[in-house]
Design a protein around this ligand. Structure first.
Ligand SMILES: NC(=O)c1ccc[n+]([C@@H]2O[C@H](COP(=O)([O-])OP(=O)(O)OC[C@H]3O[C@@H](n4cnc5c(N)ncnc54)[C@H](OP(=O)(O)O)[C@@H]3O)[C@@H](O)[C@H]2O)c1
Length: 374
């Protein structure tokens, strides 16, 4: 038997059950991965609550993980048993010791990238790749607004933007989160629970406003985000942390300056094997070069997935969170693992990216003027 988290009805974290299931055999074109680490993402909460419908109930949960291929279905040629892999788009069910997924969604992991790092950044890092490099191809010197800058996606975005020479203004909800975003390479932060975001963006950009806003908060920030854009600017609405944006009259895009809006997803960008490989290549290069260091600020044993989700939903987490399976196959071993589970919860780590904000070449380019961040 193998352990997995599943849910039979939508609702709060208490609907998540830690269950024993018979290991599934991979069918043609599939692989089974023995997860060493599983990524926690906001989208998992949308499925659990029913905001995004699961294909059927009971259902597994989670789409991101990293581990070792332990069984290979017919016709799979690019992976074999024993390969180290990571994935971010598997079918629901990654919150598990063993996960079966289409082989073309799993990529080989370079030796230098640890399982936990991969599980903490496949979905979030590939999302940042397409946001900053495809949805709007950022150019050096541009100033952008990125909401929830101290979160999982946001922490990677701060570092990637800095590496591109882009000035990222990040919104956050506390001084601690502001400090973290700055350490990760944000150019400036705004506490959107206290400050007027539009006015601060106007000050920071000296009236220019920004060409693109990346907004994963959704309902609460929709209109503010539009007001921060330049004429013909691009609103990238890519999440619903505060609830989905609904009932929009598209005339608002005209009223606020002939704006563009897009609602992208990872599956819309990594939609072919070739595109997935190209995006992973770029992400892995950023990791291996040290330009991006993944901050795993929380770890939970797999069976505490509900607790981990509650922390994420209530804005208590920073950076990435991983779930760690017991990695045991038989009952006896699982019992052993149960006894040791508490040692893993939750490990506070120094943000790995803390030295990422020290580069001197990222400050305001026109240093002769007064720094608008002051
Ligand atoms: N479309 C895609 O392809 C894609 C892929 C990955 C992730 N996403 C989206 O990106 C966002 C970030 O994902 P993540 O997993 O890295 O999560 P996260 O950013 O670590 O956590 C969400 C953050 O959103 C902020 N937030 C603002 N209002 C909130 C509210 N009412 N309730 C809860 N949080 C609120 C909080 O930061 P503050 O406390 O600083 O406000 C919170 O920490 C999510 O919306 C997710 O759905 C989209």
């Amino acid at each position: 038997m193998a352990k997995r988290i599943q849910f039979s009805q939508t609702g709060g974290p208490d609907v998540l059950e830690y269950s024993d299931v018979l290991p599934e055999e991979p069918k043609a074109g599939e692989v089974r991965v023995r997860n060493h680490a599983v990524g926690l993402n906001f989208i998992d909460i949308y499925f659990r609550t029913g905001l995004y419908p699961a294909p059927g109930l009971p259902s597994g949960l989670g789409t991101e993980g990293a581990g070792i291929v332990d069984a290979v279905g017919e016709g799979v040629t690019h992976l074999k048993e024993g390969d180290r892999v990571a994935y971010a788009q598997g079918p629901l069910g990654a919150y598990a010791e063993l996960h079966v997924l289409p082989a073309d969604k799993a990529v080989k992991l370079p030796d230098a990238i640890e399982f936990e790092t991969a599980a903490a950044c496949m979905l979030k890092g590939l999302t940042v790749q397409y946001l900053l490099r495809q949805t709007y191809r950022l150019q050096k010197g541009e100033t952008i607004l990125f909401h929830a800058a101290a979160g999982g996606v946001g922490s990677i975005a701060c570092q990637w933007a800095k590496a591109l020479g882009v000035k990222l203004i990040g919104t956050v909800s506390s001084p601690e989160k502001a400090e973290l975003a700055m350490k990760n390479g944000a150019w400036a932060t705004i506490d959107y629970t206290k400050e007027n975001v539009v006015e601060r963006v106007r000050e920071l950009t000296k009236g220019d406003m920004v060409p693109v806003v990346y907004d994963s908060v959704g309902k609460d920030t929709w209109e503010t985000s539009l007001d921060c854009l330049q004429k013909r600017g691009l609103m990238v609405s890519f999440g619903n942390a505060s609830g989905p944006v609904e009932n929009v009259n598209i005339g608002i895009l005209n009223q606020k300056g002939a704006l563009y809006v897009t609602r992208p997803s990872l599956n819309g960008y990594a939609d072919t094997r070739k595109r997935l490989e190209t995006m992973c290549g770029e992400l892995f290069e950023m990791l291996e070069s040290g330009k991006i260091k993944v901050d795993i600020a929380q770890r939970y044993p797999l069976e505490k997935a509900g607790e981990a989700q509650e922390a994420l939903a209530s804005r208590k987490t920073t950076g990435s969170t991983v779930l760690v399976p017991s990695m045991q196959q038989d009952t006896q071993a699982t019992q052993d693992a149960d006894q040791s589970q508490d040692v893993q919860v939750p490990a506070e780590e120094t943000p790995a990216a803390q030295d990422a904000g020290t580069s001197q070449d990222h400050g305001p380019e026109n240093n002769q003027d007064q720094d608008p961040r002051a």
